[in-house]
Design a protein. Structure first.
Ligand SMILES: NC(=O)c1ccc[n+]([C@@H]2O[C@H](COP(=O)([O-])OP(=O)(O)OC[C@H]3O[C@@H](n4cnc5c(N)ncnc54)[C@H](O)[C@@H]3O)[C@@H](O)[C@H]2O)c1
Length: 310
């Protein structure tokens, strides 16, 4: 498991340990934290770009399943420093895939992003088959990752699933991820500061609770995924297929927190998508569905932020 000290990866690693699997976590702690690491998992502090990764796979006799969550996750960083983004998200992935291939890994679970690979989509909610028109280097690097996986499957028979997450929120999230707004609003509420909304606040996102993302990972780690070899055959959107506007999110969070805050309006941010929402019928056919309602998820997230903040 890579990125297992991070927000989402640590929850997935925890579920793998709970399932009784022997788990090794590789993470360089660039944004992940030691305290996120689940008990019972083995931890190796290492950069996924490091040549030592392939030695690690060899020394441990290979891993049956590789779940790859480690990544440069910040869209703005990718715009300012596209080479760093590609270095980690493409170069690092290739290092992981080489190690997996050499050591006989059965399947790689790769984390892509439904929030960025489609770009400005037309079908609402967006199915996996929608055109891929990423508008940031981060979106490009995630899509290229999927293309490499498809290629490794064709060339070397390395099996994989790509999960295209919507905006994931929950305990352990920080303000930098794709649902960072939940953490930002929560901390503004806690400090009694105004909640700052950019633009009209009517822009929407598909917020999915981390526990539902974990169950999607569990499913594609084990399920029979079929023989199709087109890019979208092995890609699965992970979201709720429900849109929540930023205004609604602020209101629901205030309800969850039992606190009121003044809403402060700021100029819209350039390049922000007006809406984002994923169709998740493919995963539903495999038996998965997002189960946590947004009000409950926000309450649990706010509670965690309140308990752990300074
Ligand atoms: N949070 C979201 O809403 C969201 C949405 C779509 C996709 N994703 C994807 O989910 C995955 C996890 O994201 P997250 O939100 O949990 O972020 P995160 O920053 O909490 O987790 C990323 C982890 O990867 C580690 N890492 C980063 N670069 C590394 C490197 N070079 N070598 C080793 N470890 C490295 C970090 O230390 C961290 O523990 C990422 O691949 C991200 O692109 C997240």
């Amino acid at each position: 498991m890579t990125g297992g000290a991070g927000f989402i990866g640590s929850h997935v690693a925890e579920a793998y340990v709970a399932r009784g699997w022997s788990v090794t976590i590789v993470d360089n702690l660039s944004s992940g934290r030691r305290e996120n690491l689940p008990k019972g998992a083995d931890f190796v502090e290492l950069d996924i770009r490091n040549g030592g990764l392939r030695d690690l796979f060899r020394e441990r006799g290979g891993f049956e399943l590789v779940n790859h969550h480690a990544a440069q996750i910040d869209v703005r960083v990718s715009v300012e420093r596209p080479r760093i983004d590609a270095d980690i998200n493409i170069g690092g992935l290739l290092n992981v895939l080489e190690a997996a291939r050499e050591s006989g890994t059965r399947r790689v679970v790769f984390v892509s992003s439904g929030g960025v690979v489609y770009g400005d989509a037309r079908d609402r909610p967006i199915p996996e088959t929608a055109p891929k028109r990423p508008e940031s280097p981060y979106g490009v690097s995630k899509l290229v990752g999927e293309l490499y996986l498809r290629c490794f499957r064709l060339l070397h028979g390395l099996d994989y699933a790509a999960l295209r997450y919507s905006n994931v929120y929950g305990p352990r999230q920080d303000p930098h991820g794709e649902a960072g707004v939940v953490a930002i609003f929560s901390s503004q509420l806690l400090k009694g500061e105004p909640i700052k909304i950019f633009g009209s606040g009517e822009q929407t996102r598909d917020y999915v609770f981390v526990e539902d993302v974990v169950s999607a990972n569990m499913l594609v780690s084990e399920a029979e995924l079929g023989d199709g070899c087109e890019l979208d055959d092995r890609a699965f959107n992970v979201g709720t297929s429900r849109e929540t506007s930023v205004n609604e999110l602020a209101r629901k969070l205030m309800e969850a927190a039992g606190r009121e805050a003044v809403i402060e309006r700021a100029a819209a941010r350039a390049g922000e998508l007006e809406w984002s929402c994923l169709a998740c019928d493919k995963l539903k056919k495999l038996g998965w569905e997002a189960a946590v309602d947004i009000s409950e998820g926000l309450a649990r997230t706010y509670q965690w932020i309140a308990e752990t903040s300074g």
